[in-house]
Design a protein around this ligand. Structure first.
Ligand code: ASP
Ligand code: MG
Length: 595
């Protein structure tokens, strides 16, 4: 016996029959002896239709009234759901967000949750009622209705589950997300038919996959689940089959270097070239973009040469125009040039096993090289590798990668999911209460320095398929483990840098040099033992725009030059001079309130 939170998406309550089917699932969970809390979205395309309706009245609907309008969609669903459950003979009561005290800030249409009052829900649950709550909505401190942003019902469901964990008597809490797919797949089965449904995936893997285009769930809700340790299951509302668990990392997941692959088809690549290699430049560029709400995706910066550096990054293709207009004047002032390419796709592989396995990047690059697919940009995170390819090659690249890691074949080993919530100690409870009070804040958990690595930089590689693959194969053959990889295009050539253990640096340089000699006489290989990395690790690094610019800003203030940048869903990494790395870490800890 525990609390089951069930969330039904728009398609799961689109018709009266579907509402009844959803109601039956809630009733069944109740009859198994659970407390049941149901969160529903607006039916079918209601939210889209309401937005359209508003635009028939005015091109620029005021945000407050928009929220008033959109919140009605969910209100219809909760009432119907409560009626449906009652016709099945169970007790049920529906509540709007305001009625259960989901208090948000006042940023209409994209509000963040400040607090939730569990009391009224707890009372109704204890009275044996199935409680139905409207997703996606809340109320601000002045009593205005707010909404949480598109797809926000997932966030409501997980937030309610988290909040109910602190009510007494404590009971295990689980959250089921009912939707029109039956789970999380190794990649999009519409593109790659061999894609396989996973039994389970870790929060971190799901966050990284969601960030690279594997839809299904809202990143923000997965962040919540991770922060508050809520086990989630994504499953189909049209069947009874088990879906995919999203849970803390399990032992067996570490045996699997890659769990999934994904594609973002419409990206644009921008490269700001020949910027002065001095402190504050990245800060200036990224602050300007954050200020306009432009979400930067991949960022690749290599150590500069001759006092100049190039910074490459991607933005959604639809933001390309706006970004160029913004950056061109800044670049002119800096004496830099802006290059761009609007026809690129990003293909990524994700897996927590990458922390424990080597050679993942090498295998990916080799598979792509064999298909003669050119890599325009490369970035690596803790558990993710992303490459940027020509849009025409995108789908093929995804297939090739999916096959190279045999993602269509199930891991033979034991894949059980341990999700037993331990009874909470008083200390854990106090900690939970504290964290719930800052529910949606960025949670930078640590700032780590990494001192024992050196960097190899390769400048001016011809921009053709296969070169990276040859380099990493040779390095792997020499038994050298590669960590962070960054490749960027500048002046029509590829600059590549990667980190290796300091003890292997000289050997890595020789091996790389030997490969490069065979490619082009004008390519330079350099090694630098005097650099070190700082990793800022946490949850919400990307859903909170501006975290990267806060990192760059803090370092610019103490005039530390950033030599390499790498970002992922859970980590922003910068490489700086080793002499100043401790100072950089201290400054960043202070900037994020860790000291
Ligand atoms: N109805 C809202 C939307 O369509 C919220 C949700 O579906 O999660 O965005
Ligand atoms: Mg919806």
């Amino acid at each position: 016996m525990g609390l089951v939170v069930q969330k039904f998406g728009g398609s799961s309550v689109a018709t009266a029959n579907r509402v009844m089917a959803a109601a039956r699932k809630a009733v069944r969970a109740r009859q198994k002896g659970n407390h049941v809390l149901v969160v529903v979205s607006a039916r079918g395309d209601t939210t889209d239709d309401l937005i359209e309706l508003a635009h028939e009245i005015t091109e620029d609907p005021p945000a407050r009234e928009m929220d008033m309008l959109l919140a009605t969609g969910e209100q219809i669903s909760i009432a119907l759901m409560a009626m449906a459950i009652q016709t099945l003979g169970e007790k049920s009561i529906s509540f709007t967000g305001a009625q259960v005290g989901i208090v948000t800030d006042s940023s209409h249409t994209r509000a963040r949750i400040r607090s939730i009052s569990a009391g009224r829900m707890r009372q109704a649950l204890d009275a044996g009622q199935i409680v139905i709550v409207a997703g996606f909505q809340g109320i601000d401190e002045d009593g205005n209705i707010t909404t949480l942003g598109r797809g926000g019902s997932d966030t409501t469901a997980v937030a309610l589950a988290a909040c109910m964990k602190q009510t007494s008597p404590p009971e295990p809490v689980e959250c089921e997300i009912y939707t029109d797919v039956d789970g999380i797949y190794t990649t999009d089965p519409r593109i790659v038919p061999e894609a396989r449904k996973m039994d389970a995936i870790s929060y971190d893997e799901m966050l990284e996959l969601a960030s690279v285009g594997a839809g299904v769930m809202h990143s923000r809700s997965i962040e919540f689940a991770k922060k508050f340790d809520v086990p989630l299951m994504v499953r189909s509302s049209f069947s009874d089959s088990e879906g995919t668990w999203i849970v803390p990392e399990q032992e067996w997941m570490r045996g699997q270097p890659v769990c999934g692959a994904a594609i973002v088809r419409d990206e644009a690549r921008i490269s700001v070239e020949n910027v002065p290699d001095v402190p504050g430049v990245s800060h200036r560029l990224f602050t300007a973009m954050a200020g306009r709400g432009i979400v930067v995706d991949m960022i690749a910066q290599n150590p500069g040469s001759d006092g100049q550096a190039s910074i490459g990054f991607t933005v959604p293709a639809s933001d390309l125009r706006r970004t160029l207009e913004l950056l061109e004047p800044i670049a002119r002032e800096l004496g830099a040039m802006v290059e761009h390419d609007g026809q690129v796709s990003k293909v990524s592989v994700v897996g927590s096993g990458m922390r424990h396995h080597t050679g993942v990047a090498e295998k990916m690059f080799e598979a792509l090289a064999r298909e003669k697919i050119n890599l325009r940009m490369i970035t690596t995170g803790d558990i993710k590798i992303s490459v940027l390819v020509d849009k025409l090659d995108g789908v093929r690249a995804l297939r090739v990668v999916h096959q190279a890691f045999e993602l269509g074949t199930k891991l033979a080993s034991n894949t059980t999911v341990d999700r037993d919530s331990q009874p909470m100690t008083p200390m854990a409870m106090a900690d939970l209460t504290h964290r719930l009070a800052h529910m949606e804040d960025i949670l930078v958990s640590e700032v780590i320095t990494q001192l024992n690595e050196g960097r190899i930089a390769v400048y001016g590689l011809p921009d053709a398929p296969g070169h990276c693959s040859s380099i990493f194969q040779a390095v792997a053959k020499a038994g050298i483990v590669v960590d962070m990889i960054v490749q960027n295009l500048a002046r029509g050539l590829a600059d590549l840098s990667f980190s290796v253990p300091l003890a292997d640096l000289e050997r890595a340089r020789l091996v790389t040099n030997a490969v490069v000699q065979g490619i082009s006489a004008t390519t330079l290989v350099d090694s630098d033992p005097s650099l070190a990395a700082v990793h800022v690790v946490g949850v919400g690094m990307r859903t909170h725009t501006g975290v990267a610019s806060r990192v760059f800003g803090a370092l610019a203030e103490i005039k530390i030059n950033i030599l390499m940048i790498n970002t992922s869903e859970m980590r922003i990494s910068v490489v700086v001079d080793r002499d100043r790395v401790e100072e950089a870490a201290t400054t960043l800890r202070r900037a994020f309130g860790l000291v």
